[in-house]
Design a protein. Structure first.
Length: 233
């Protein structure tokens, strides 16, 4: 498995000094070179320095603000793109953390509708962790069948660490599902579920020799879940 996937963690404590200009330029270069899940969906990734704190109280010197046109697949696309940045930060000696409850100040928002933020900067806590420190559901709770890529998906971050995804391995295919959200949490939880699906899909893509995400008319149904698509390699 990719070493960064095996050791990444969400960083919640940062040195509040701004990053050097050369480092920020590397971040911009990475933003320009990410691969979207859906190339036909317009999106934006902006670096900002003053974003309102999330309800968890996480403050960082810099944030990524993700925006997207409102279109089917938009949130999965942002999750897929954002997780590329998350792993880039972890592999570059910087910390990062998805912020589901944060919002940019109006003057810093993109022209495209706001989706989610990500904090980043120099960490003041350990950047990586031992694989034994992950708090994740066992594979038996999130999948059927066997596929070596599923462990990478299991280690993916998710909103409130809910891991609201399910996978069915069938031959060389992975059928992917989102668990139906609890109506009590409303649209917010549903939005995070889409983003989380995109995050897990990028971990699968990193472990795939060839990655193609398609919708199949004959994918098996899964009770309590919504079919998202199938990874074919």
């Amino acid at each position: 498995m990719d070493e960064i996937i095996r050791r990444r963690k969400s960083i919640r404590k940062y040195d509040m000094s701004e990053l050097e200009a050369a480092t920020l330029e590397k971040v911009r270069t990475q933003i320009a070179n990410v691969t979207p899940l859906y190339p036909d969906i317009r999106y934006s990734v902006e670096i900002v320095g003053k974003t309102r704190r999330s309800v968890t109280g996480i403050a960082a010197p810099h944030y990524l603000v993700f925006g997207s046109e409102e279109k089917e697949g938009a949130y999965e696309n942002i999750g897929f793109i954002g997780q590329q940045m998350d792993l880039f930060f972890s592999g570059s000696g910087l910390g990062s953390c998805w912020l589901g409850m944060a919002k940019p100040e109006e003057k810093e928002a993109s022209a495209l509708p706001f989706v989610i933020c990500m904090a980043f900067g120099k960490p003041t806590e350990p950047l990586h962790r031992d694989p034994s420190e992950f708090k994740r559901k066992p594979l038996s709770e999130i999948c059927e069948g066997t596929d070596e890529r599923l462990e990478a998906a299991r280690l993916a971050p998710s909103g409130m660490n809910a891991q609201n995804w399910y996978f069915i391995a069938e031959n060389s295919k992975l059928h992917c599902y989102r668990k139906k959200p609890n109506p009590l949490f409303g649209l917010f939880a549903n939005k995070l579920g889409y983003i989380d699906m995109g995050i897990a899909l990028y971990h699968i893509a990193k472990e795939s020799n060839r990655f193609e995400f398609i919708k199949e008319a004959t994918a098996p149904a899964r009770k309590g879940c919504v079919y998202a698509g199938t990874v074919d390699r």
